[in-house]
Design a protein around this ligand. Structure first.
Ligand SMILES: Nc1ncnc2c1ncn2[C@@H]1O[C@H](COP(=O)(O)OP(=O)(O)OP(=O)(O)O)[C@@H](O)[C@H]1O
Length: 263
């Protein structure tokens, strides 16, 4: 897979508004009621995420990353506080795109049909628009294949294309590359960076992989002990070389921070 894409850029994607969204997390608290009583996951989180930024959320297992993502996406209700969105540049409702760990493609549909499926209530949606998004993730040769005929990395690219095809101002990504082998995951990270540079999107990306977080993000949030205990800007130019001195030095600093709270 090459890392550049000449055929489609943000400006030529017919449905792409070029707008990004704010995420305002305000006084957010979540507790679950369990048989053992109330379990507090986090308390009074306050985070503002600027339009067009790439933010990663890190935390140890059980720290509440999925819970926070699920509240942002509206799947879970908070116990207190709220998440507000704002669209940059023009008023209107925000659209959220989701990329999951597993792309959840419909096996009886071709790749094009998997994109068209999410637009079935829009009579103006055309095959050409769906093709644009498969072109964006470099699946031009594979429009009419079925999910069983493509690799795991290609399936996840369809998942990304499908999420982008609804023209979201905010893209929520839940460990999207963690089930892939490292070489494929690295290809997809490079491709995601290229797409993110072409399209103006706010990305909120959950990962447990520090190297991935530093490679991709502008800002890293670390969740643990019921709070955001670290909020680090990544001070590295892009593209980032994982073996550069600056990268390795910053990684060590971030790892020290990551391990600075008790389990
Ligand atoms: N529906 C639920 N009912 C009760 N407790 C829950 C529920 N969902 C999550 N929890 C608890 O909330 C805490 C945070 O879970 P969450 O899945 O958000 O963590 P995580 O950081 O995403 O973990 P991982 O990295 O392992 O996926 C855990 O202690 C978990 O047991």
């Amino acid at each position: 897979m090459s890392s550049s894409n000449q055929k489609v850029d943000g400006a030529s994607l017919g449905v792409d508004s070029g707008r990004a969204g704010w995420i305002h997390i305000e006084n957010l608290t979540k507790e679950f009621d369990t048989q053992q009583g109330h379990e507090l996951v986090f308390e009074d989180l306050n985070i503002d995420i600027e339009p067009g930024t790439f933010v990663t959320l890190l935390g140890k297992s059980g720290s509440g990353k999925s819970t926070l993502l699920n509240i942002i996406s509206g799947v879970l209700e908070p116990t207190a506080g709220q998440v507000r969105f704002e669209v940059e540049g023009a008023p209107g409702d925000v659209t959220l795109g989701h990329v999951f760990q597993s792309p959840r493609l419909l096996p009886w549909n071709t790749l094009i049909q998997n994109i068209e499926y999410v637009h079935e209530n829009n009579p103006e949606y055309s095959r050409e628009l769906a093709e644009d998004y498969l072109d964006l993730v470099e699946l031009t040769e594979h429009y009419d294949k079925y999910p069983t005929q493509i690799s795991g990395g290609q399936k996840q690219r369809v998942g990304i294309a499908r999420a982008l095809s609804i023209d979201p101002e905010i893209l929520l990504m839940d460990e999207p590359f963690s089930a892939l082998d490292e070489i494929t995951a690295e290809e997809l990270r490079t491709q995601l960076m290229n797409i993110w540079k072409q399209l103006n999107k706010t990305v909120f990306f959950v990962t447990h992989d520090m190297t991935e977080a530093i490679e991709l993000s502008d800002r890293m949030l670390m969740l643990g002990d019921g709070r955001i205990y670290a909020d680090l800007e990544v001070p590295l130019d892009r593209p980032r070389r994982l073996d550069s001195d600056e990268f390795l030095k910053f990684r060590q600093k971030a790892l020290d921070k990551f391990h600075s709270i008790e389990d």
